[in-house]
Design a binder for this molecule. Sequence first.
Ligand code: NAP
Length: 290
Amino acid sequence: MSVSGTTKILGVIGFPVSHSLSPLMHNAAIATLGLDYTYVPLPITVADLPTAIAGLRAIQSVQGFNLTIPHKIEVIPLLDEVTAIALAVGAVNTVKRIGDRLVGTNTDVAGFLEPLKQFSEQQLDCDWTARPAIVLGSGGAARAVVAACLELGCPVIHVVGRDPKKLKKFHGTMTSQLRDYNLRVHPWTSLPHLLEVAGIIINATPIGMASDPNTPISETEMMLLPDQAIAYDLIYTPRPTKFLQMAAARGLKAIDGLEMLINQGAIALEWWLDQPVPIGIMRQALLDHL
Ligand code: NAP
């Protein structure tokens, strides 16, 4: 990759951001396309976000950027426009310069849905409207997952969390944006009753990440899920997590977070470049790394 006087800049803003795999997959795609672009990690603290956004706006070669923890919500008032899906989720993970405006959107929802779409296509009897969804955790990713479950047509979405105050806030903000649908919040102790009729359970907590040996639900709880249930873990390291190992041993369909990561990135890159992107190259770059 060579950087010249005309190189256009893309990047990811977060804090910390050094662990991000986005530079790897985006630069692999950019190299394959032979474009004069580069994608860089941009460590920016919460306190510095307004200054950083003003700075990125002033740098004309910055064409767009991703946002990760902890900036997805706080960035919204700093932008000129936010798409309907990002407003519905209440979080922006991708910003594009359009003329002199910074426009924010959310590609996590579509990224999350992609492996489920493929699964639906293979399994024609897969009816998302027949059974409730369970979302474990009520953080930033859970917001995108709830919006996605709504798009799938899940009749009820149960969000399970450990902090009643945060759950109440989550319910209030989500229902004000995605009106009139069946979103319920519960403490972890309610989980056994919810599991028995669930169609899909999604781990949107960091439990089981990297060297964490824990699982968000126990082996006994896993046995309560119906035989047709799907277990989806947003985590992509390790592959598979213990949660997904347990699900597979129970005979359930198990999906990890890698495809969501790849697809949210590919959708963002396509939006920035206004052209199709080599998603296979992005996937391979991550697989080689992981
Ligand atoms: P976040 O905003 O920090 O939210 C994490 C949620 O998990 C919070 O509700 C938190 O509860 C809960 N939680 C954390 N530790 C817990 C524990 N020990 N017991 C019970 N609940 C716990 O993080 P996020 O952005 O939503 O990310 C969540 C996970 O999704 C991470 O593992 C992240 O890597 C993954 N992710 C993957 C992708 C992808 O593309 N595959 C995209 C986004 C996120 P409190 O609020 O009470 O702390």
